[in-house]
Design a protein around this ligand. Structure first.
Ligand code: CTP
Ligand code: MG
Length: 230
């Protein structure tokens, strides 16, 4: 069984829309619905779990109930940090889940090819994250803005989602993070702490996380480009 967890319980503060950004429309549909429809088009996906802010669970259920063509889904309540939201989602997954994907509800432009390749790689290696090669030079600085190091760009990747794992591995990683009070910025970092292998799956530059207002403009253009390519 393959389950996808969609963290959607953020506040979208950087979008400055005065609401959770995943409800904003992209090409006439709420962003999170577009994301779920993308995964619903993959025949290998069995179950989808949307993690909603506690006071948005009913709104999300209502919106989802009007959409045709979705894979079986549940809506559960999230927490104050993305990591806690994902953990709640994992606990709600079907007991016979072998492979779990975590995918930001705010990334509706992911390709089916990327989704499938992370699944294949997670089966082989245990963990797989979608990523693109860093386009910019990245420097590590100290707290005063003084440059300390310029890592070789050839080894730098910008990490996206899906982040896909064998279910037992991601459960164990979240359990351990909770015990240790560790808060990571993505799912793979919790798995890395266990010393387990996580592999990169090269994705594409369309798979942006809609974060700030200009991302919506870019996403509308990307959506048109993707639809034009069909
Ligand atoms: N998310 C979540 N639970 C949280 C925080 C974030 O489920 N407590 C989700 C968001 O809804 C989003 C994804 O995690 O789909 C990626 O997070 P991010 O882009 O940071 O979204 P927000 O936290 O909503 O935005 P911001 O940080 O600007 O407030
Ligand atoms: Mg956030």
């Amino acid at each position: 069984m393959i389950t996808v967890i969609f963290p959607a319980a953020g506040q979208g503060k950087r979008m400055k829309a005065g609401m959770n950004k995943v409800f904003l429309e992209l090409g006439g549909l709420p962003i999170f619905i577009r994301t779920l429809l993308k995964f619903s088009g993959c025949s290998c996906i069995d179950e989808m779990i949307v993690v909603a802010a506690p006071d948005e669970v009913e709104d999300m259920k209502q919106l989802l109930s009007t959409v045709e063509g979705l894979k079986p889904y549940k809506v559960v309540s999230g927490g104050s940090e993305r990591q806690y939201s994902v953990w709640n989602g994992l606990k709600a997954a079907a007991a016979d889940t072998e492979i779990v994907l975590v995918h930001d509800a705010a990334r509706p432009l992911v390709s089916e090819d990327t989704i499938l390749r992370t699944i294949d790689e997670a089966r082989l290696s245990g963990g797989a994250v979608a990523a693109v090669k860093a386009k910019n030079t990245i420097k590590r600085c100290n707290g005063d803005g003084v440059v300390e190091e310029t890592p070789d760009r050839a080894f730098l990747w910008e990490i996206q989602t899906p982040q896909t794992f064998r279910m037992q591995l991601l459960m164990k990683a979240n359990q351990k993070a909770e015990e240790d009070g560790f808060l990571g910025t993505d799912d793979a970092s919790l798995v890395e702490r266990l010393g387990a292998m996580v592999k990169i799956v090269e994705s594409d530059y369309y798979n942006i996380k809609i974060t700030t207002p200009e991302d919506l403009v870019i996403a509308e253009a990307f959506l048109k480009a993707q639809e034009g390519n069909r």
